[in-house]
Design a protein around this ligand. Sequence first.
Ligand code: IPE
Ligand code: IPE
Ligand code: MG
Length: 246
Amino acid sequence: MALFSKSKNDKAWQAGNSLPKHVAIIMDGNGRWAKKRGLPRTAGHSAGAETFRKIATYCKDLGMDYLTVYAFSTENWKRPQEEVDAIMQLLEKYLLESIEKMERDGIRLKILGDTEPLSDKLKALIERTDKISSEINGFQANICLNYGGRDEIIKAARKYAQQVAEGRANDIDEKEFSSYMYSDGIPDPDLIIRPSGEIRTSNFLLWQSAYSEYYFTDVLWPDFDEAELDKALDAYSKRSRRYGGV
Ligand code: IPE
Ligand code: IPE
Ligand code: MG
């Protein structure tokens, strides 16, 4: 029917029920973005942090519940110390700035990952953001920091082993095992986006992605914008999620 015919730019997913509740993004391509401009890789990370701010606000405005981003993996410590230090400093700066704005913007922040090896300063900032987040409601942005899917599963397996020792081996189902993950209480991502042209997960949300839809694009993360997210949401809205059914 003509009335309902959709032009390419109609954001059908916005009005319908096909807007994902939870989008996850592997924020990749910062280094290549900088290199293309003759800038140091760290300039790419700064630009990438700005993109995160912009996209988080957009996701919130669209009415999503969760955005989860991959900011630093358990494997990223292999990078030159100078780059690791710059990323950690950027995270400190970002969290410090966010603490002031979280309440006003209504964005809850949660860090997912092994925080143990992080600096005392970062740990203290994470504690503060957790406290503020517990006092506000609404949209939540999860930042995966020193996060690895395998690391998370191993830690969950250790908790499982404790339960086995207590004689509960056969009681533990998928739901309880999920609660051993960093993502406890957060629904699995509906859509996982990877920019930068790489077609791999790089250890991101291995347990949680069992039935996630994937969307890959060549755009480098610092160039990713609202229109790019719209394209991913549009593609998602056309997928048929069957979860093994018919
Ligand atoms: C993603 O961008 C940021 C981190 C992994 C910390 P990269 O730094 O991996 O950028 P490329 O892949 O080298 O372009
Ligand atoms: C994945 O990107 C990790 C983050 C974006 C934080 P990488 O750049 O580390 O992944 P690989 O090395 O290309 O697989
Ligand atoms: Mg990369």
